[in-house]
Ligand binder design. Structure first.
Ligand code: NAP
Length: 306
């Protein structure tokens, strides 16, 4: 019987822990963690994500404000807002919701966020630190994938982790994170992409398979083997006339053919999605703790560190 790795209960435990630490920080240091979100344009999915993040921040006692700018915003205007927020002491973290409209250069905007406020972990300094195994903000989705596995008792130590996707947001930082010679990591990592020859031949060798390809049904039943644990990062909107919204959310894994063949699988929605938001709250708390030299750690794992 396949085990379904729900992200909700794990994310809830992390959010409760963050909420407690926020209160401590306020009482002991008079600091309230603050998150500024920048949303450019009216991409419906991005608007939903930002609303969810705002709600989660408020529940955890984190100050939050969204700077919603029109789709016609110029690069210069956007960079001015980032610069202002870099200097604004109310905000310890700055989140630039991606994707940006095509006329804006994402890399330039990400690089303009001060590394100490880069709670998405996308700035080259944080990515470089992660690559070197130095303390850094770890991008929220990869950090969420790692925590999800550890909470359900899946050690990564010595495991063969196959990652399908090499984006700067998910695939690459996840590979760097799990490669670290550190507790909760120390895996053997293989990263696949569209240039990979015989994808199924690689995915069948995985102890843990993480799929972040941005395409439904990238992984199907014949591409996995029984002991594998599958983490589906994908979030795709597919048309569905039976749904009131006209679409439904689906992952990158063909759940129906894969689930019966593997040991465990994370669902979409409800798997990695809630973990990403929980880790965003944690990174914002961490940024605020840094400003006063307060310690900051994740809650202990249910069965102790692997
Ligand atoms: P992305 O930037 O489009 O990258 C997709 C990666 O997958 C690329 O490296 C691409 O290879 C690779 N790929 C695509 N099709 C493939 C195939 N058939 N075989 C092997 N590799 C393939 O996407 P992303 O930003 O990483 O996001 C991936 C998915 O995760 C999306 O569905 C996104 O919505 C979702 N996501 C979810 C969360 C969450 O919180 N749950 C957060 C972020 C993203 P090439 O490099 O060769 O093109």
């Amino acid at each position: 019987m396949v085990r379904i790795l729900q992200g909700g209960p794990v994310a809830e435990a992390i959010r409760t822990h963050v909420g407690r630490k926020v209160k401590q920080l306020q009482q002991q240091h008079g600091v309230t963690p603050g998150l500024a979100a920048i949303l450019v344009g009216d991409n419906p999915a991005s608007s939903v994500y930002v609303r969810n993040k705002e709600r989660a921040c408020r529940q955890a006692g984190i100050l939050t404000e969204t700077f919603h700018m029109p789709a016609s915003t110029s690069q210069g205007e956007l960079l001015q807002v980032v610069a202002r927020l870099n200097d604004d002491l109310r905000f310890h973290g700055i989140l630039v919701q991606l994707p940006l409209p095509p006329h804006l250069e994402e890399a330039t905007v990400i690089n303009a966020v001060h590394p100490s406020k880069d709670i998405d972990g996308l700035h080259p300094i944080n990515m470089g630190r992660l690559a070197k195994g130095e303390p850094a903000f770890v991008p929220c989705t990869p950090a969420g994938v790692q925590q999800l596995l550890l909470w359900y008792g899946y050690s990564l130590e010595g495991k063969h982790v196959v990652i399908c996707g090499r984006s700067n947001i998910v695939g690459k930082p996840l590979a760097l994170l799990l490669l670290q010679k550190a507790p909760g990591a120390n895996a053997t990592v293989t990263v696949c992409h569209t240039g990979t020859v015989d994808l199924a031949g690689v995915t069948r060798q995985a102890d843990i398979l993480v799929v972040a390809a941005g395409r439904p049904n990238t992984i199907t039943g014949e591409m996995v083997q029984e002991p594998t644990v599958v983490i589906d990062v994908g979030i795709n909107r597919v048309p569905d006339t039976a749904s009131e919204r006209g679409y439904r959310l689906t992952g990158d894994v063909d759940f129906d053919s894969v689930a019966p063949k593997v040991q465990a699988i994370s669902p979409v929605p409800g798997g990695v999605g809630p973990m990403t938001i929980a880790m965003l709250l944690f990174n914002t708390l961490k940024a605020a703790c840094h400003t006063v030299g307060a310690p900051c750690s994740l809650p202990p794992l249910p069965k102790g560190d692997p």
